[in-house]
Write a protein that binds this ligand. Sequence first.
Ligand SMILES: Nc1ncnc2c1ncn2[C@@H]1O[C@H](COP(=O)(O)OP(=O)(O)OP(=O)(O)O)[C@@H](O)[C@H]1O
Ligand SMILES: [Mg+2]
Length: 288
Amino acid sequence: MLNEKIHTGPVETPKTVQETAPVVELPVQYPKSESNAQDIVKVVNLSKQFDGIEVLRDINLTIKKGDVVSILGSSGSGKSTLLRCMNWLEQPERGSIHLGDERIGINPATRKPLKYKELAKIRERIGMVFQSFNLWPHLTVLRNVMEALLHVKKMPKVEAEKIARAQLEKVGMSHKLDSYPSMLSGGQKQRVAIARALAMEPEVLLFDEPTSALDPELVDEVLTVMQSLSKEGYTMVVVTHEMEFARNVSSQVVFLEKGILIEKCPPEKFFTHPDSPRVRQFLKLDGA
Ligand SMILES: Nc1ncnc2c1ncn2[C@@H]1O[C@H](COP(=O)(O)OP(=O)(O)OP(=O)(O)O)[C@@H](O)[C@H]1O
Ligand SMILES: [Mg+2]
């Protein structure tokens, strides 16, 4: 579980998240009886506005255990907003999001927003990796990965260090345990951020353009780590512009256009014969 960046790092401030923020509640549309044990995340009829403008409209998306879902779409299509709604960094006006059998952000019994501690608890089960890494600059690599284990999971130091070392080894960063983030390349920073997320044992990992801030020659080392995670069976949702990753690693590709999910299919279909003319145009499949 992770939510490391949310609670233990200099994270993107959840600007719109407040314990008391008003949420227009609709009837729960995902009865437990319809849940499937393999469904990790379920997004149901999700709509989100900013300043009265709808930026996500009626999104439905089911993510199963072990899925790697790539979210594609042009700038401003709502990709980041969808990802941020998934861990309630943004609050949708309509619809619901479920992690396993639990609803994110809303208490289904009272239909009121979750209390901060309740929200923090469910967020611990969701890892998030940002484009800008969000590492603590004053902590070493090892301490960055240990931080959430110590302060969120309240784990003894010896145990936290053991886990942090193991996760840093997994992303090939064992040789930099005592370095500070400023001493690392962008690719190395992002691998540490991934290790930090993994250390919390999240049920799903959300990545928002994890390689977009990197020099081109550093992109592959991060994508290689993500590919190995997919082989290990991690459930991942990845907003990306890396078409090769989407094509070769994803199990599903989702395309957003102006806040609407217009295509959702396996990559073989997406990249060769998508249903949507807009996706064909995006991929230049018609020689456009
Ligand atoms: N906090 C905010 N306040 C107001 N409008 C916002 C906010 N965040 C996003 N938007 C708007 O919502 C729309 C969707 O934005 P979003 O960041 O989700 O798009 P995106 O697909 O991630 O784009 P990009 O590829 O450029 O990252 C855009 O029109 C954006 O300007
Ligand atoms: Mg974005």
